[in-house]
Write a protein that binds this ligand. Structure first.
Ligand SMILES: *Cc1c(COP(=O)(O)O)cnc(C)c1O
Length: 457
C-alpha cells in the first residue's frame, strides 16, 4: 500500500533518472528530514547518507547558519538579475571569495544554476574564445568514455554515458570521446591485458594524443575531464595519467576544462582537485559543494587567458540565466564557504578524516567478493566480484550492484551502485564514529550480498 504522499508522487510526479513505471508499483521512499550525516524517511528509518545527497552536502545537513543567511537575504533582496548593468552584494562577494580559493591564474567567475548549465556555459565560452582568437575551426571538444558532465543536451553530449546518448540522439556534433583511465575495468578484469596501473595510465592518456592527431589540432577546442570520475564509479586515474595528459596538452594549443562539480570545495582535502593533481585548468565548472546543496547554484571559474580574450575583445557575451548568481543561493554559498573555512573542514579532510576513512575502507578489500577498493579524499569505491583471482563479475548485467544497494539501504547505509561498483562520497563533516558505523554496515552488506549469491566460503 502506498501512502498518500507516495500516491500523489506516482500520479503526478515525473521523476528524473528513474523508471517511472516500475516506481509506480514500488512507490518512492519519502525523505522527511535530515541532520548531520543522517537522513530520515517517512517510515522512521534513519539512514547514514554516505553519498552526501548527490555528492553535494559537503557541510552536512541541518546547518542553521545557512538557513539564517537565506532568510535574511530573502527579506532584503529575494531576487534581482545580473544582466542589465546591475549586480548585488551576494554575487560580487561570492565571486571574489571563489577567486581567492581557486588556482592563482583563475580570477573570474560566471554564475549558473547548476553543473549542467556550467558545462553549457563552458561550451559557449570556449567556442567564442577561439572565434575571437581568429581560429574559428577550433570547435571540437574531446571528452572521455564514461565521463559525467551533466544532463542538458551539451552536458550529456560531453559526458560519455552510453545509456544517456541512447536517448535524444546524442552526442551532438563536435564532441569526441577517448579512453577512460579505469584500470580495474580495462585491465584487472581482462585475462588478455597485462599492464601495470602506471603503464595503463600512460596508454589511456595517449588515446587523447591519438585523437588529436586524427582530427587535427586546428579543429580541437578543448579537452574536458573530471579530475577523478564521480558518477562513472569513483575512478581515480593511475599516478601517470594526469602528468601524461599535461605533457600532451602542452604540445598542442588546446584548452583544459577540469570539471570540479564534485571534486571542488574540499572533497579531496584541497579546495579544488586541480590543486591536488597539480593541474592548470583554463576553465573550471563548479556546483554541488559550492552551496553544499542547500540551494541550487553553479558556475564556471575562468582562467586569465580565456577571460582576457572574452572580456577585452569580446564585447557583449550573449549568454546567461535568469537565476545566474541568484542572491539567496549566492548568499548561502558564501556562508557555506565561510563555514568550511572557519571550521577548518578542508584541512580536517586532508589531515584527519580522509586518512581515517581511507584506512578503514581499505579493510573491505579483504572481503571475498571485493575485487578492488580505491579512494581519494572523501570518495571511495569498491568492485563486486565472484572470484578475486579472475575478477569475474557476480551476475550478468551488473545485477549484483543493485542487490548490494538494497541490502545497504535495509542496513541504514546509503551506498550507490554504478554497475557492480559500490561508491561513497560522505559529508566532509562525518565523525570517526560515523565512519566506523559506515564500515560496519558496509561489511554486513557485503556479507549479505555474498550469502544471497551463495558465495560464502
Ligand atoms: C553532477 C555533475 C554535473 C551536473 O551538475 P547538475 O547540477 O546536476 O547539472 C556535472 N559534472 C559533474 C562532474 C557532476 O558530477
Amino acid at each position: 500500500m502506498h501512502s498518500d504522499l507516495q500516491q500523489k508522487d506516482i500520479n503526478h510526479h515525473f521523476k528524473p533518472f528513474s523508471d517511472n513505471k516500475e516506481l509506480a508499483e514500488q512507490g518512492s521512499r519519502v525523505i522527511a528530514h535530515a541532520e548531520g550525516v543522517y537522513i530520515f524517511d517517512s517510515e522512521g528509518n534513519k539512514l547514514l547518507d554516505a553519498m552526501a545527497g548527490l555528492w553535494c552536502v559537503n557541510i552536512g545537513y541541518g546547518r542553521q547558519e545557512l538557513v539564517d543567511v537565506a532568510t535574511a537575504q530573502m527579506s532584503k533582496l529575494p531576487y534581482y538579475n545580473l544582466f542589465f548593468k546591475t549586480t548585488h552584494a551576494p554575487a560580487a562577494k561570492l565571486a571574489e571569495k571563489i577567486a581567492s580559493l581557486a588556482p592563482a591564474h583563475m580570477n573570474k567567475v560566471f554564475f549558473t544554476g547548476s553543473g549542467s548549465e556550467a558545462n553549457d556555459t563552458v561550451f559557449r565560452m570556449v567556442r567564442r574564445f577561439w572565434d575571437l582568437e581568429g581560429k574559428p575551426t577550433k570547435k571540437t571538444f574531446i571528452s572521455r568514455e564514461n565521463a559525467y558532465h551533466g544532463s542538458t543536451v551539451v552536458g550529456a553530449s560531453l559526458g560519455g554515458m552510453g545509456y544517456m546518448h541512447a536517448q535524444g540522439d546524442l552526442p551532438i556534433a563536435g564532441v569526441e570521446h577517448v579512453e577512460q583511465p579505469y584500470f580495474f575495468k580495462e585491465v584487472s578484469s581482462k585475462a588478455d591485458v597485462d599492464l601495470t596501473p602506471e603503464e595503463f595510465g600512460i596508454k589511456a592518456a595517449q588515446s587523447l594524443e591519438t585523437k588529436i592527431l586524427e582530427i587535427g589540432e586546428e579543429n580541437i577546442a578543448a579537452f574536458i575531464a573530471e579530475p577523478f570520475q564521480g558518477a562513472g564509479g569513483v575512478i581515480i586515474p593511475p599516478s601517470t595519467y594526469w602528468p601524461e595528459i599535461k605533457r600532451i596538452l602542452s604540445k598542442y594549443d588546446i584548452l583544459l576544462v577540469v570539471d570540479e562539480v564534485i571534486s571542488g570545495f574540499g572533497r579531496t582535502g584541497e579546495w579544488f582537485a586541480s590543486q591536488h593533481f597539480d593541474l592548470k585548468p583554463d576553465l573550471m565548472p563548479i556546483a554541488k559543494g559550492l552551496s553544499s546543496g542547500y540551494l541550487p547554484i553553479g558556475g564556471v571559474i575562468v582562467g586569465d587567458r580565456v577571460a582576457e580574450t572574452l572580456i577585452e575583445k569580446g564585447g557583449d557575451f550573449n549568454h546567461g540565466f535568469t537565476y545566474s548568481g541568484h542572491p539567496v543561493a549566492a548568499a548561502v554559498a558564501l556562508k557555506n564557504i565561510e563555514l568550511l573555512e572557519s571550521e577548518g573542514i578542508v584541512e580536517r579532510v586532508k589531515n584527519d578524516i580522509s586518512p581515517y576513512l581511507q584506512k578503514r575502507w581499505l579493510e573491505l578489500a579483504d572481503h571475498p567478493i571485493v575485487g578492488e577498493t580505491r579512494g581519494l579524499g572523501m570518495v571511495a569505491g569498491l568492485e563486486l566480484v565472484k572470484d578475486k583471482a579472475t575478477n569475474e563479475r557476480i551476475a550478468p548485467d551488473s545485477k549484483a550492484g543493485g542487490i548490494c544497494r538494497d541490502f545497504s539501504m535495509a542496513n541504514g547505509l546509503i551506498m550507490r551502485p554504478c554497475g557492480d561498483t559500490m561508491i561513497i562520497s560522505p559529508p566532509l563533516v562525518i565523525s570517526h564514529a560515523e565512519v566506523d558505523e559506515l564500515i560496519e554496515k558496509a561489511k554486513k552488506t557485503l556479507d549479505q550480498t555474498a550469502a544471497f549469491y551463495n558465495l560464502v566460503k
